[in-house]
Design a binder for this molecule. Structure first.
Ligand code: ADP
Ligand code: MG
Length: 370
């Protein structure tokens, strides 16, 4: 028998908070429920870090699941911190805002995803953002990879953002792109220890507590992979569409399948696949083209999955160097082959967004609380 979310909520409604005298569901303390067969995970949101009640509530929640649903259920409970629970009484809790309230001034939100790390997802995200900004569009870049933020390095930005009098973070801006990254706020090494629920609440804050203003496009650099964290993010952000980055190898292509499946699940349109490191042209032999990681894999897969290939990006030393030097290749050398490939991919992406028109609007119900 597979377990569903409603059963979990019903079971957890039997767990009383010792001081509030209400149950965990009425207090809205349970978030991000994920369940598959007998395996489930959710976040228990506490008002304080290291809240002494957390251990006790976790035990009680687990017992309730075992008692009311299945004694063999495997329960993984993460403890998250939700500061807003400190002052607000639950009955005053605000209603979930609609999509427009989440990021009211942003017209299109595009997630850049990959099945695994190191395929060049961040490189693609920053160059897409740069290519969009080049057209005069107002562009934002949100680095949701709180574990391995690479935006600070790729833009050579290591400042701390300012805060408005309304306690909103002002994004850093370079080359006409407004950016927020966990790397601006904490030491990049510190970012490695973030736990799932903390990471997702940080991303929620990137949306609500940042002064983004009016934007034509917001590009999201997602953490690599298609696990719970990515799923939570793509359910949290009102996405217009997703771009999946892959290298041509078979193993990477398997991950593209998972990526497409994840976005299908949450009804976010996949705008297409960008094949990175698709080929190599030796600088001293411009007539030669080597397909180091294989040829045509992404194209075949895109056909199989009925998603377009938006672009093929060459494997090139200048791409790596410009990333390391803090100036994306599209800005550093806009007439280079690499920049041309990124600009073409960006144009194709915009075309897909336009083609999909209304379809590209998020169909997911945004379960989002401030
Ligand atoms: N097309 C490319 N040619 C050369 N180097 C690349 C290319 N794409 C990415 N890289 C380099 O590969 C490394 C990993 O890329 P990155 O964008 O950080 O990957 P991810 O975000 O998927 O982990 C970086 O050093 C980057 O500069
Ligand atoms: Mg990255």
């Amino acid at each position: 028998m597979s377990i569903n979310k409603e059963q979990i909520k019903t079971a957890l409604a039997h767990v009383l908070h010792p001081t509030e005298k209400q149950d965990l569901i009425s207090l809205d303390m349970i978030q991000d429920i994920l369940v598959q067969d007998k395996y489930m995970s959710f976040t228990l949101e506490m008002p304080e870090q290291n809240d002494p009640l957390a251990v006790d509530l976790k035990e009680k929640a687990t017992s309730a699941i075992h008692r009311f649903i299945d004694k063999d259920a495997v329960v993984d409970i993460q403890v998250g911190i939700n500061i807003s629970k400190r002052k607000k009484a639950p009955e005053q809790a605000q209603q979930a805002p609609t999509q427009n309230q989440v990021l009211p001034g942003v017209k299109n939100i595009i997630a850049v995803a990959s099945g695994k790390g190191g395929v060049g997802k961040s490189t693609v995200a920053v160059n897409l953002a740069a290519a969009l900004a080049r057209t005069g569009a107002k562009v934002g870049l949100m680095d949701t990879d709180v574990y391995g933020p690479s935006i600070p390095t790729m833009f050579d930005l290591f400042e701390r953002p300012n805060i408005t009098t309304q306690k909103k973070l002002i994004p850093l801006e370079k080359y006409g792109i407004k950016m927020v990254s966990m790397g601006f706020l904490v030491d990049v090494n510190q970012a490695m220890v973030w736990r799932g629920p903390m990471a997702t609440s940080a991303i929620k804050q990137f949306m609500t507590d940042v002064e983004w203003g009016e934007l034509d496009y917001m590009v999201l650099d997602l953490p690599p992979g298609t696990g719970d964290i990515q799923l939570t993010i793509v359910q949290t952000v009102p996405l217009s569409g997703a771009v999946i980055v892959s290298t041509p190898q078979t193993v990477a292509l398997d991950d593209v399948r998972k990526g497409v499946a994840m976005f299908n699940k949450v009804k976010v349109p996949v705008l297409g696949v960008i094949e990175n490191m698709a080929y190599f042209v030796p600088p001293d032999m411009p007539d030669k083209k080597y397909h180091i990681f294989g040829e045509g894999g992404a194209t075949r897969l895109a056909e199989e999955l009925a998603v377009p290939v938006l672009g093929e990006i060459p494997l090139e030393q200048p791409i790596r160097e410009s990333g390391d030097n803090g100036k994306p290749i599209v800005i550093a050398d806009e007439h280079s082959n690499a920049a041309t490939a990124f600009i073409e991919a960006s144009n194709n992406m915009v075309q897909q967004l336009t083609l999909r028109g209304k379809d590209a609007k998020p169909k997911v119900e945004i379960k989002f609380r401030s």
